[in-house]
Write a protein that binds this ligand. Structure first.
Ligand SMILES: Cc1cc2nc3c(=O)[nH]c(=O)nc-3n(C[C@H](O)[C@H](O)[C@H](O)COP(=O)(O)OP(=O)(O)OC[C@H]3O[C@@H](n4cnc5c(N)ncnc54)[C@H](O)[C@@H]3O)c2cc1C
Length: 594
């Protein structure tokens, strides 16, 4: 059997004198991305109508790529007596500094209950339990209740393994190591008709004709010097959405996780995350001189929200109070080495791999770019402004506002992934048809990505990457101002020019697994999306959650909150400030009985 579902019709192979091949695939539902959002969507769509052909296309391997697999801490859900969806909702809204779309946030907190039962009872996930048999829920920073369900500190592996097994078992079509390049509209531009992909193993193009497409490629702020997401993530989905004219919201809101491992420039382990539960359990942050400092910044000290802790660490770094590699210390030993080893086995082992003793000593840490709260604007049913395109997970924007609570990320991708699967099937029943693909748009897309094989001059991509990581970290990172954002914008313009003129060296024009070509594609997406971040950060003249402007340090009037919306207009990014609608609760009010 072919790798793709047998029900998917393979129409034709086209060889071209141009030096590349294009093959065509037809499927009812195309899902781009195979993280928590993509796989949940596939399973729900398959359960709702098993006769549909569903194809999951993924840049990496199914079940092995993306960030859901990397989830350590766990999954927020209001299960325990004393907790409530109202409390989870208020934590989400207040953590998000009143910017979240309240209806999306409500869908998240209510849907999380349904989804966690599905994960346990239908998919067979084992989460840690209390001695009385109830699910264990741990403390996560920024929350008023211990509500984070987990499997030790490797929760994502449990979730992804169970999801992938089911996708394999149900015969859902798979296009692994297939990278989406562009969303392709219908000839009249009114609806989405499919997507252009490249089979990374051969370099052949694959044109997928679909009735409905889900964008679930998982964002991922890998344009910063220190970052946590998986290496396959380069904001491709967001770049494709921009190119298709879709609005992105909250793009200035890039979350830095306070405790990335800092083990020097020579290891990819630098930047990888040490989970929130370490601070939740009572871990201390110490400056280079060994002193605790968080009480000076927030009364919750180490358990303050991620934005506050990241900014505090960054201030200590700027003041020069640092460890040998330029960060701060994370110390757990006062909680007892045996206890720490038992609770955080995975973290202890990861630190040991880099020469640190987490349980009994101290570990060097640095804030690390972790998550993008911003993304494609979408409705509660995961539909977007483009008929036939749906979005879920980290590619979507509006659920978290200015700050995502630890534990709300995987809840977001699984809750909305499931909803997207259900919605697409319902939508197909009423509207589902194959629209003719805009062939000119396909030709333009191929011409764009083919350019490095044809003309231009070699750009040193390593240097482009270094300059991208540096300018985003230094100028558009944890602390920004008008001058630094202007520097970032100018640097990004220059990088975009260099990338657009890049040609692959003669010796690097083999198409199969051409990592230099894919690196160029990655960097092109990252520069595109970085421009959206900088544009939105420049427009927001206040400081909220993850966005801190040293020239506008105040949060502004909460009841007059606006969110940013960027979209491509011609060749430039247009920006609007859109009033937040407080559909359930207004600033100063609460859904909790006082
Ligand atoms: C280290 C780490 C720890 C985390 N811990 C937690 C935690 O404890 N709790 C929590 O709630 N959240 C956590 N998160 C966040 C959480 O992982 C994400 O919020 C969530 O899993 C994102 O799910 P997703 O399905 O949107 O994207 P992902 O799971 O990242 O999946 C994206 C998929 O898209 C594919 N893809 C990318 N580009 C393309 C393309 N061009 N074409 C085709 N496919 C593409 C990728 O290969 C991947 O399969 C953590 C994140 C990281 C990085």
């Amino acid at each position: 059997m072919r790798e793709a579902d047998a029900r998917t019709r393979w129409l034709r192979w086209a060889s071209s004198a141009e030096g590349f091949s294009l093959r065509r695939v037809k499927t009812d539902i195309l899902i781009l991305g195979a993280g928590g959002a993509g796989l949940f969507a596939a399973l729900h769509a398959n359960a709702a109508d098993p006769s549909l052909s569903i194809t999951v296309a993924v840049k990496g391997l199914l079940g092995k790529s993306g960030c859901t697999r990397m989830v350590q801490g766990g999954y927020n859900v209001a299960l325990a007596p004393g907790d409530s969806v109202e409390r989870h909702f208020m934590d989400t809204i207040e953590g998000g500094k009143w910017l979240p779309d309240q209806d999306l946030a409500w869908t998240l907190v209510t849907g999380a209950i349904e989804r966690i039962h599905e994960l346990e009872n239908e998919l067979g996930c084992f989460f840690d339990r209390n001695p009385d048999g109830t699910v264990h829920q741990k403390a996560f920073a920024g929350q008023t209740f211990d509500r984070t369900v987990h499997k030790g500190d490797l929760t994502g592996i449990e979730i992804m393994n169970r999801l992938a097994e089911q996708v394999w078992a149900r015969g859902i079509g798979r296009l692994e190591e297939h990278r989406a390049l562009e969303l392709v509209k219908s000839a009249d531009g009114a609806a989405l008709a499919g997507a252009l992909l490249v089979d990374m193993r051969s370099g052949d193009y694959v044109l997928v004709h679909a009735k409905a497409v889900l964008l679930a490629t998982g964002g991922g702020p890998t344009m910063y010097r220190y970052h946590t997401p998986s290496g396959d993530k380069s904001c491709d989905g967001l770049a494709m959405a921009l190119a298709a004219g879709l609005p992105l919201r909250d793009m200035e809101m890039v979350q830095f996780h306070p405790t990335g491992l800092l083990a020097g420039a020579d290891t990819r382990m630098t930047g990888t995350v040490l989970e929130e539960g370490l601070r939740g359990a009572g871990g201390y942050l110490l400056d280079g001189g060994g002193e605790r400092f968080m009480q000076r910044y927030d009364e919750r000290a180490e358990r303050a929200t991620r934005d506050i802790v990241s900014r505090a660490i960054y201030s200590e770094m700027r003041a020069g109070n640092t460890t040998p590699h330029g960060g701060v210390w994370l110390a757990m030993s006062h909680l007892g080495a045996a206890n720490v080893t038992r609770q955080f086995k995975g973290m202890v082992e990861r630190c040991a791999d880099c020469g640190f003793d987490l349980a009994g000593g101290r570990v060097e840490v640095v804030p690390t770019a972790h998550y993008m709260m911003g993304g494609v604007e979408f409705a509660r049913d995961c539909s977007t402004g483009l008929a036939g395109l749906f979005v879920a997970g980290e590619d979507s924007g509006g659920v978290h506002g200015a700050n995502r609570l630890g534990g709300n990320g995987v809840a977001n991708s699984t809750v909305f992934g499931g909803i997207a699967g259900d919605t697409m099937v319902k939508w197909l029943a009423d509207h589902g048809e194959f629209h003719a693909l805009d062939q000119d748009a396909v030709d333009r897309a191929i011409a764009r990505v083919e350019r490095p094989f044809r003309e231009g001059r070699f750009a040193d991509l390593e240097s482009v990457r270094d300059r991208l990581l540096a300018t985003m970290w230094d100028n558009a990172g944890i602390v920004r101002d008008a001058a630094s954002l202007a520097r970032a914008a100018a640097d990004l313009d220059q990088l975009a020019v260099e990338l657009s003129a890049h040609a692959l060296p003669e010796a690097a024009r083999e198409r199969a697994f051409n990592l230099t070509w894919h690196d160029w594609l990655n960097l092109t997406s990252l520069v595109t999306v970085s421009r959206a971040i900088v544009r939105a950060a420049d427009a927001r003249k206040d400081s909220r959650g993850a966005h801190y402007r040293s020239d506008y340090p105040r949060s502004g009037e909460l009841s007059a909150s606006t969110f940013t919306r960027v979209r491509m207009q011609g060749d430039s990014l247009a920006l609007e400030s859109v009033p937040v609608r407080f559909t359930r609760v207004r600033p100063g009010e609460s859904l909790l009985a006082s």
